[in-house]
Design a protein around this ligand. Structure first.
Ligand SMILES: [Zn+2]
Length: 436
C-alpha cells in the first residue's frame, strides 16, 4: 500500500529556481519516502481517500538541514572546557575525558545530540567518532540520516594504528546502506597533524578498495598549517594531494587557512569543504575564505562541529553566522546572500556527502523536510520567507520534521526517541565520567 501525505496551503522553499523565485505556494504530495508533486494545487483526479492531509497554513517548508561535520557524543562535554586555545583544549580537557568514554557514553551522548538535531530541523548529520556502532544504532532508532565514520588518531604505535584502521574499515563495511539506506559510511583519518603520512596512505588505499569517500580535519588553525610545513615541507593541501587523498571523493572540515593556490587545488579535485563558523569563531581559529571558495566552484556546506566547541547543534545559527561573518570580514553585504546560506545548509550539504536525492524540495527527491512555524512575531510580515529563515529563525521555530516521508518531530516533540530519559542518562554519564 502506498502511504500518502498531502500538504495544502503551504509555502515551500525553492532553492535552485532559475527565476530567482525562492518560494512556491501551494500543495505538496508525498508518496512513501518521496516527493511526487509540488504545484499550485493537487494533480487532477488525484485519489486523496487514504491520504494524511496537513494544513500548511502558517508553516514554511524547507529541505531538511544537513550538518556536514561533527562529533555528536561530545555533547557529554558541553560546557566542560570553554574559552581555550584549540590544542590546550584538546590536550588538557577533551582527550583525557574522551579516553574514558565507554560505548554506553557514546550511545547516550549521541542520542542527546540527535534529539537536539531532529527538533532543530537537522535531518542528516555527519559523525566522526569512536564506538561508531552505537552511533549507527541511534540512527536506526531515531530515523535520522547519518553519514558515519570511525575517526582515527594515529599518534600511537603501529599495531594500535592498524587496529584502529581495521575497526574503521569493519564499521564502514558493516553499516553502509543500513537503516533503510539512511546510513552511509566514509573513512576518516582524523587530521594531517594527528596522523603520520603512512597511516593516511593506508586509509586512502582502503577507500579505493571499498569504493568509499574520505573525510578529515584540515587547516583549521594557522599553527597546524605551519607545523605541517615544518614536518613535511608542504602545506596541508599539497600534503594530502601527495598522499593521494583527493584521488577519492572527499570532503574536509574547516579549511580556514587556505591560499589561492590551495583553493584552486580543492576546486580541481572537487573536494568539498564543511565550513564550521560557530566552532571556528569560538576557538578563534579564524574565518574561512568562503566567498572565494564558492567563487572557485568549491562546494561549501555547513557543520556545527562537536557540541563542546559550539556549544549547540542549531544549524539555523550556522547559516546565520555564515551569512553574517563573511559580510563583516569582506566589507561586502552581498557576500553569501540568504538563499545561498540556505543552500549551504541543505543542498550543498547533500552534495558534500554525495547524496543525490536529498537537499531540495523537488519531485523525485526524498521527503526529508522541515516545517517552520512562521506565525510568530519575529517572522511578521511575511515578506521574504527565505530571508526570515537566515536572519530571524532559530532551531526553536521548527514545528514538524519528516525523514524519508516518516514524521520524526511533531509539534516540537521528538516522536522516535525518549528525550526525558536521554537527558537523565546523559547527566548520569557525565557525573560518572568525572568519578572514573
Ligand atoms: Zn571536528
Amino acid at each position: 500500500m502506498i502511504k500518502r501525505i498531502i500538504i495544502e496551503n503551504g509555502a515551500f522553499a525553492v532553492l535552485n529556481a532559475q527565476s530567482g523565485q525562492t518560494t512556491c505556494k501551494g500543495t505538496m504530495v508525498i508518496e512513501n519516502d518521496r516527493i511526487v508533486h509540488l504545484g499550485e494545487s493537487l494533480p487532477a483526479q488525484y485519489d486523496t481517500s487514504d491520504a494524511e492531509r496537513i494544513n500548511g497554513k502558517g508553516l514554511f517548508f524547507l529541505p531538511g538541514l544537513i550538518n556536514t561535520h561533527g562529533h555528536a557524543a561530545m555533547s557529554l562535554l558541553r560546557g566542560y572546557g570553554d574559552d581555550m586555545v584549540l590544542q590546550t583544549w584538546l590536550q588538557e580537557k577533551m582527550w583525557p575525558m574522551e579516553a574514558k568514554f565507554t560505548a554506553r557514553d557514546v550511545y547516550w551522548g549521541t542520542a542527546l545530540s540527535v534529539v537536539e538535531m531532529l527538533k532543530g530541523g537537522t535531518t542528516t548529520f555527519v559523525d566522526m567518532y569512536d564506538h561508531m556502532d552505537e552511533v549507527a544504532k541511534v540512527c536506526e532508532q531515531s530515523g535520522i540520516r547519518g553519514c558515519l565514520m570511525r575517526g582515527a588518531i594515529g599518534l600511537c604505535p603501529e599495531d594500535v594504528q592498524d587496529a584502529k584502521l581495521n575497526e574503521a574499515v569493519q564499521f564502514a563495511k558493516d553499516w553502509n546502506g543500513k537503516a533503510n539506506g539512511r546510513i552511509t559510511t566514509v573513512l576518516a583519518p582524523h587530521a594531517p597533524y594527528t596522523c603520520p603520512p603512512a597511516f593516511i596512505e593506508k586509509f586512502v588505499q582502503a577507500a579505493h578498495d571499498l569504493d568509499l569517500p574520505l573525510h578529515t580535519h584540515m587547516s583549521e588553525t594557522k599553527a597546524e598549517v605551519e607545523q605541517n610545513v615544518k614536518d613535511y615541507g608542504l602545506r596541508p593541501v599539497a600534503h594530502l594531494e601527495k598522499l593521494g587523498f583527493f584521488s577519492r571523493p572527499s570532503f574536509i572540515a574547516h579549511g580556514v587557512h587556505l591560499t589561492d593556490e590551495e583553493i584552486a587545488t580543492l576546486a580541481r579535485y572537487n573536494v568539498a569543504v564543511s565550513h564550521n563558523p560557530g566552532s571556528n569563531l569560538k576557538l578563534a581559529s579564524g574565518v574561512a575564505r568562503v566567498p572565494e571558495l564558492l567563487r572557485a566552484g568549491v562546494v561549501v556546506s555547513l557543520g556545527t562541529d562537536g557540541p563542546a566547541s559550539n556549544n549547540n547543534l542549531d544549524m539555523f545559527e550556522e547559516m546565520r553566522l555564515a551569512a553574517l561573518i563573511h559580510k563583516g570580514v569582506s566589507g561586502d553585504p552581498t557576500a553569501i546572500p540568504a538563499a545561498e546560506a540556505l543552500r549551504m545548509g541543505t543542498v550543498y550539504g547533500a552534495q558534500t556527502i554525495s547524496l543525490p536525492d536529498v537537499g531540495l524540495l523537488e519531485v523525485g527527491m526524498k521527503a526529508d523536510m522541515v516545517a517552520v512555524d512562521i506565525d510568530q512575531a519575529h517572522f511578521i510580515p511575511h515578506t521574504d520567507l527565505v530571508s526570515h529563515m537566515i536572519y530571524s529563525a532559530s532551531a526553536k521555530d521548527v514545528k514538524h520534521v519528516w525523514i524519508d516521508g516518516e514524521q520524526v518531530v511533531k509539534n516540537g516533540e521528538c516522536l522516535t526517541l525518549d528525550e526525558e530519559r536521554i537527558r537523565h542518562e546523559t547527566q548520569q554519564c557525565f557525573e560518572q565520567l568525572l568519578q572514573r
